[in-house]
Design a protein around this ligand. Sequence first.
Ligand code: HEM
Length: 419
Amino acid sequence: MNQSNDAIQEKLLHVLSGKSEEDPFSVFAEVRQEGAVMPIPNPMGGGDRQAWVVTHMDEAMQVLKNHHRFTVDPSSIDSNRHIRDHIASTVDSSAPQTFFTGKSMLFVDEPDHRRLRKLVSKAFTPRYMESLRPRVQEIADELLDQVQAKGEMDLVKDYAYPLPINVISEMLGVPQSDRAELQSWSSAISNGLGYGRQDPTAVANMQAFGEYTAQLVRDKRKSPEDDLISQLIAIEEEGDRLSEEELISMITLLIFAGHETTSNLIATGTMMLLDNPEQLDKVKADLNLVPGAVEELLRFNGPSTTTGPRFATEDIELGGQPIKKGDMILVMVKAANRDENKFTEPEDLEIIRKVDRHLAFGQGIHMCLGAPLARIEGDVAFTTLLKRMPNLRLGIPRKDVTWHFALSSQGLGSLPLSF
Ligand code: HEM
């Protein structure tokens, strides 16, 4: 690498550490200029195994769509067994496994992936999700009823967080009284995982989350109800389609993935609209534009920075770079979603843009299972908010709003609004 490469790599690593004050998107633009694929030090150690970031759309698609050449399970490559061992060694081995350490669909290859995903895919079809729309609407209205008369709210605490956690909890059958705790575990997990970093608090929260879920499964085994967890328990009891470990991993994955990201879409999405008043006015003038606006918000600054890591199963060239078997690849979806080769004026938020493809939900076999649900929640959340509170504005000076970039999830601790 030449000197300018080195400086850009430094900046990128600083941004990925979550400690940089710099705008991550301007750093991603600089990285894209250097090429589609850039080497970085391997965040998991890994001896001579190199890591790479992918920032262009075409190469990102190549990685995500080619699951034979790029696996999600490093232990399937002999030389990489240490990576899973490293992750497993940070948690108490007698504790129930969560989606992170156990066998969830996110971290297994075919044929296990297909088997696990098929068990729940019926509960996430666009058609079934549409049937939930009236209930999502009710939840959104109930939340806004509680603050409407006050003329102000904290969007994060009062709306963006409770909406998705209540929806996914009702689907799964998580008792109302436990939802706040789940939310706090999930936030601690996503804030505590970073580039080569697992804070001890994240690990402790993961363990508490796993223990809670194991207890919930024991309770539901005794008294099943009409919910997704009870259906999964029935499948597990049949014997050969789902093991106990996979069951707990699946439930923790659905709870975690089912609300953390969507909350971010609603909170950060609202902030982006407030930052772009002409776009906010456009969508307020015609609420039929909301579904398209949600796609553009996902492209422009969606909740996920990267997909989960992939590992090359053979030596391969990607974007002109020599990737070796076992190397780790991080697909930076936030960067690929602003690829100048694919979008005109990619750094502008344009809610009527025709977005043919973005990577906010990933691509290929691991593409987000919950995308149809997230889209409905986003549609209902923004439509209801803008319809009921058309004079929405920031309740504090813009400089006091802190949006924190992170590798696993972005953070907006609070967003005080007046209306
Ligand atoms: C705006 C909201 C959401 C965003 C941006 C998002 C993003 C993503 C991304 C990028 C992936 C792919 C990860 C990879 O390839 O490594 C993914 C996978 C997944 N998401 Fe979402 N997600 C969202 C909402 C949801 C919801 C509501 C659920 C509901 C349970 C959900 C469940 C899942 C599951 C189960 C997977 C794993 C799929 C597999 O491995 O086959 N997500 N999500």
